[in-house]
Design a binder for this molecule. Structure first.
Ligand code: AMP
Ligand code: FES
Ligand code: ZN
Length: 314
């Protein structure tokens, strides 16, 4: 198998693009795609971005590429206190912070709330994933706004988005269906802008990029967030992709087109009816936001705070 660009030995075949590439040309190809996605969909709007990094391949790849493309971006990491898994992922995040020489804001749930995410889930009477999602959203939003960044970037990839879309369609969850987007706009200075620059990059491509760029990431998935359904959706979509390359990207791009049409007709619903937390001033459904209710129930005297890990001072 030869590289379609330079004729050297290829390392990856990309059926969806009808091409095969060597390591160097694959790196250029992938970076160009990310750059084009950012430009075409105005993901950064010349603002100062911050990347939510989990220690996994997607978010570390995103963080690395941005800095390589000359977009100075710091990081946010939420330490959920899940034993070895969190210890290892924090180590990968710090390692990348050193490689890029960028700062990362760390929110340590055990230190601040006094319990790890399983303890928090019990207090909140929710499953760990749901409590974890709440804490992560709150922290990403607050670090972005408090520290003067303009947009939070996450590492969601094509497979994540296609499988979520597929699930929403299967059960016609209309309430969720039209909420998925490449970006979520800023609201009243209390809800930060969000964007997903890897939206059109598949899991396989992202993993290949991470490997050829020697990005040291955590292979294990979170032990608490086993989502059997989403794994099956990903499998089914990959099976379809095998017979009909390019389907996943067409599915997601088609959805984006439909969404644009809908938006032209309706006013955006996001954040509508959103109140403000009487304690912290960030978005809330009732009088207090979920995070402030959690802090109250966990009888800690701590205030929300972030550790600033600066590789230059470490
Ligand atoms: P997931 O929901 O685990 O698939 O993660 C989706 C995205 O959320 C990742 O690509 C990261 O950008 C972000 N993320 C996940 N876990 C964390 C974490 N512990 N700290 C900061 N960001 C995270
Ligand atoms: Fe959220 Fe594991 S990453 S529960
Ligand atoms: Zn609050």
């Amino acid at each position: 198998m030869k590289c379609k660009v330079c004729g050297r030995e290829a390392v990856i075949k990309l059926k969806a693009y009808n091409t095969s590439l060597c390591a160097d040309d694959f790196i250029s190809f992938f970076e160009k795609r990310v750059e084009e996605t950012i430009r075409k969909y105005s993901l950064l709007k010349n603002g100062r971005p911050i990347v939510a990094v989990s220690g996994g391949k997607d978010s570390l790849t995103l963080w690395y590429i941005l800095n390589k493309l000359g977009v100075a971006a710091d990081g946010i990491y939420v330490n959920l206190g899940i034993g070895e898994y969190s210890l290892n992922s924090l180590e990968k995040v710090k390692k990348m912070a050193q490689r890029l020489n960028r700062k990362v804001y760390i929110f340590d749930v055990c230190e601040i709330v006094g319990k790890n995410i399983e303890g928090i889930a019990r207090i909140m009477k929710r499953v760990p994933c749901s409590a974890c999602g709440m804490v992560k959203r709150y922290v990403m939003n607050r670090v972005c706004l408090d520290m003067g960044y303009d947009v939070v970037l996450t590492g969601h990839n094509l497979d994540d988005e296609a499988s979520a879309l597929f699930g929403n369609l299967l059960y016609w969850r209309e309430g969720y269906l039209w909420k998925k987007d490449l970006t979520l706009e800023e609201k009243d200075g209390r809800l930060s802008r969000k964007a997903k620059p890897l939206f059109l990059c598949s899991e396989r491509e992202t993993a290949a990029y991470a490997i050829v760029s020697r990005i040291d990431y955590i292979y294990e998935e979170c032990p608490l967030s086993f989502d059997a359904k989403s794994l099956v959706y990903k499998e089914v979509l990959n099976r379809i992709e095998e017979i009909s390359p390019g389907t996943k990207i067409a599915f997601v791009k088609g959805y984006l087109k439909m969404l644009k049409k809908r938006k032209a007709f309706e006013e955006e619903g996001d954040g509508k009816g959103m109140g403000v937390c009487e304690v912290c001033g960030y978005p809330a459904r009732g009088l207090r936001c979920a995070m402030c209710r959690l802090m109250e129930k966990s009888d800690t005297s701590k205030q929300i705070a972030f550790i600033e890990y600066n590789p230059e001072e470490a």
